[in-house]
Design a protein around this ligand. Structure first.
Ligand SMILES: Nc1ncnc2c1ncn2[C@@H]1O[C@H](COP(=O)(O)OP(=O)(O)OP(=O)(O)O)[C@@H](O)[C@H]1O
Length: 513
């Protein structure tokens, strides 16, 4: 391959010299254009503005915008070959169609003489690169790969990337306009005859989009199927030389299955198969489903592990980090990057209060003391719940009657978060049902006295006594007993309900929805 033949976008003569030196030094012969571009990665970025699909994929993996996926890498190789062909591709001049052609004027002797064109072989596609038809399961990255490829299309080619539905809407609308526009006085007696808009439309589209990228290619209705067959036949013909790139959830053979007049659409399917490389993206990963951490949302030390120990501290930190990263992820992305603000001020109804750590809209983190140890009211918690989708509350101590106000605030907070479908992860002294204890059981905020075993305290208290919470509301005896730190029935109910909500909020369905 000669250096002059490279035709890299925007390169100056100096850059070509650098390439020449680079190739000479590496003694490379018979390499593809995309390989040369890959080799040129070491050159200063301002010298190399052309970027191959592989370079772009590596770049996005490098900045952690994408995870390295071997299946996607396989596809990138095919994208690289198409890229190489496009670099060399010089599309044909598009002939401007003429309404007179269609109404028979050119079938007169003079017309035939003037409009005479050699009949071309419809199956002659020589010189036009084959496009790509990428299909596979949902969420495995087809659109991402198409967009990546789209961004690398050489500058000398016009391009368009459009959702297929939008494209078909445009086709129908523009067809009507063309029929009106082409109904000219020059047509004489033929004026008023229906003009076939397809040649006009095809010429317009081909001029503006030498590479045409369709996202979510699918055919569901007969009108689309019939128009599409004629339009694609013209666009992909040698006269128009359009290169097609499409993503779809189905193989071309399965397009428009069971559709009305499907037989008439088969030639279009054959054309797509002929003019594109049909690729199945068999990545098993649905990137929309970001796996949630395998941990439960509520961390408390296992039996025998002291809350104050180094090991417990590490485990708590790990728990918090994993859930924070999970909650901080924006929808439809698996990027691991997220903004973290400390001491963010939330202002609601003129009140300001500090959020110690947060990623706006996604997650806010507080210690239990920060959240419930200060005089915050329902309005504050509601505003928090409507500003963040998830919360991490750390260091929840054992709770007794002495900290009833804190418990009340925690319940108010929980109700607000639950009502907005918010998510919650916590670290604390014990699991929620064992967290509420008698003051005399406490050694300190996070430890019970040695001679009292948690399980004992729970079982003993869950005596056979009848309780309206159990009888009428179906709560467990254990929860009913714990709620006795409150005197008012309503508060007891709110407490019991909060415990049951906490259990629901730890379910996979809640966390993943
Ligand atoms: N390698 C990857 N690393 C990280 N995120 C990825 C990767 N590949 C795709 N994604 C992300 O996964 C999500 C789904 O990808 P994409 O929309 O391309 O899938 P698709 O196959 O087109 O799905 P559908 O068939 O439903 O349209 C997008 O947010 C995309 O950015």
């Amino acid at each position: 391959m000669s250096i002059a033949g490279l035709r890299l976008r925007g390169l100056q003569i100096d850059d070509y010299r650098k390439f020449a030196r680079l190739l000479y030094r590496t003694a490379i012969r018979n390499v593809s254009t995309s390989q040369v571009h890959d080799l040129a990665r070491d050159l200063p970025i301002k010298s190399v503005r052309a970027i191959t699909p592989l370079q772009e994929y590596d770049r996005l993996v490098g900045i952690k915008r994408l995870r390295d996926d071997p299946y996607q890498r396989g596809i990138i190789r095919s994208l690289g070959s198409l890229y190489d062909s496009l670099v060399q591709y010089r599309p044909p001049e598009i002939q401007v169609p003429d309404a007179l052609d269609q109404v028979g004027w050119k079938s007169s002797f003079l017309g035939r003489l003037m409009g005479f064109r050699i009949q071309k072989d419809e199956n002659d596609f020589s010189g036009i690169p084959k496009g790509i038809y990428l299909y596979g399961d949902v969420g495995c990255g087809k659109t991402m790969l198409m967009d990546l490829f789209y961004s690398t299309i050489p500058d000398h080619l016009s391009k368009k990337r459009i959702h297929f539905h939008q494209f078909m809407q445009y086709v129908h609308k523009r067809s009507h306009e063309i029929i009106k526009e082409q109904n000219l006085d020059e047509l004489g007696a033929a004026k008023g005859k229906d003009i076939d808009p397809i040649p006009f439309l095809a010429a317009e589209i081909a001029r503006g989009s030498r590479v045409l990228c369709f996202d979510e290619f699918q055919v569901t209705d007969v009108a689309d199927a019939m128009i599409l067959r004629r339009l694609l036949t013209t666009l992909l013909s040698r006269d128009h030389g359009v290169v097609l790139f499409a993503t779809s959830n189905r193989h071309p053979d399965e397009l428009y299955v069971n559709g009305v007049q499907r037989a008439s659409f088969i030639p279009c399917i054959e054309l797509i198969k002929n003019r594109t490389q049909v690729i199945f993206l068999n990545s098993p990963t649905d990137y929309r489903k970001i796996p949630r951490p395998s941990l439960t949302v509520y961390y408390y030390p296992e039996k025998g592990l002291k809350y104050s120990s180094e090991e417990c501290r590490r485990k708590r930190e790990n728990h918090i980090d994993q859930w924070y990263a999970y909650f901080a992820q924006r929808e439809n992305t698996t990027s691991t990057e997220h903004e973290v603000l400390t001491d963010f001020t939330l202002t609601t109804w003129g009140r300001r209060f500090a959020v110690p750590k947060c990623t706006p809209l996604c997650v806010a983190q507080f210690t239990f003391k920060q959240l419930c140890g200060q005089p915050l009211a329902a309005g504050d918690y509601l505003s928090l719940a409507s500003n963040f989708k998830a919360f991490i509350i750390t260091d929840i101590p054992y709770l007794s009657i002495y900290v009833r106000d804190e418990v009340r605030r925690f319940i108010t907070f929980l109700d607000a978060v639950y009502d907005t479908g918010g998510k919650l992860a916590t670290t604390g002294a014990a699991n929620f049902t064992s967290l509420f204890v008698e003051p005399e059981e406490l050694l300190n905020d996070f430890e019970l006295k040695n001679n009292l075993k948690e399980s004992e305290s729970v079982i003993e208290q869950a005596e056979e006594e009848e309780d309206s919470l159990v009888k009428h509301h179906g709560f467990s005896k254990e929860i009913a007993k714990k709620s006795q730190i409150f005197a008012l029935d309503e508060e007891r109910f709110a407490f019991a309900r909060a415990l049951s909500r906490l259990s629901q909020m730890s379910s996979a369905e809640w966390v993943e929805r």
